[in-house]
Design a protein around this ligand. Sequence first.
Ligand SMILES: [Fe+2]
Length: 276
Amino acid sequence: MDTKLLANDFTLEIRGLDLSKPLDDGLFEKIRALWMEHRVVVFKDQTLDDDTLVGFAERFGPLFVHAQSSLLSAKRKEVMELSNLPDAERRTVHDLDWHTDQSYTPKPVFATMLYGVVAPREGGETHFTDLAGAYASMPDALKLRIEGVTAVYSAEPRPKVRETPLTEEERAQIPDCTHPIIRTHPYLGRKAVYLSPLHMASIGDLPEEESASLMAALTAHATQPAHVYRHVWTEGDLVMWDNTSVMHRRTPFPPDMPRHLKRAGFYLPDELAVPF
Ligand SMILES: [Fe+2]
């Protein structure tokens, strides 16, 4: 196994592993530790199908199944299809603003994995920003404004947030929820600012305008180039990230540029059931 730090040091590239085959316990634990330390890991040159992707993911914790059934793989419901290919049931064609996955649920998914089946030749990158680094470098005045404060998260805080709008039934299953803005890593004890601009509806009891300006200030701080890693997709990449410690976005791409990623994710194990 060869490792290399990528831009801004919070992302680790790993080569020389075949994740379609079972890993021994020692190697698996080493990968888990490296992933949590670096927050984002890029495994290169993988050949995975839905079963082997799920097989790797489920060793980490209970698997996540997305609420939007039209996006799930016909083969394995734990795999979500992000595809603009003609055979996609729901085509994914738009960019997506900064967010953390499932922040609008009481127990957000701990980790997300994306596997590159068809990589776009232009655009459609996935960018990550280091929320632990952003907390560490945050000016004290900004830190003070969020100490002990919670935010309200919503699956659709504003119209047209979702490329695939929720059905009424799906919406009814996802009531708004609140989370602290500063969260502590469940294994490492390190603090991070918890943000999801796409889903944050309001902060504390602040009036709408003040809430929006604080959200903008936190996002501007967290997404400075010093905290960002930009992933340009190559087929066979498996990228895995820690939603307690990074947020991500998808950049625009031409609608006729083929792009197909598969997504899986897992929750914290039951013994760490309190996620914040
Ligand atoms: Fe996402």
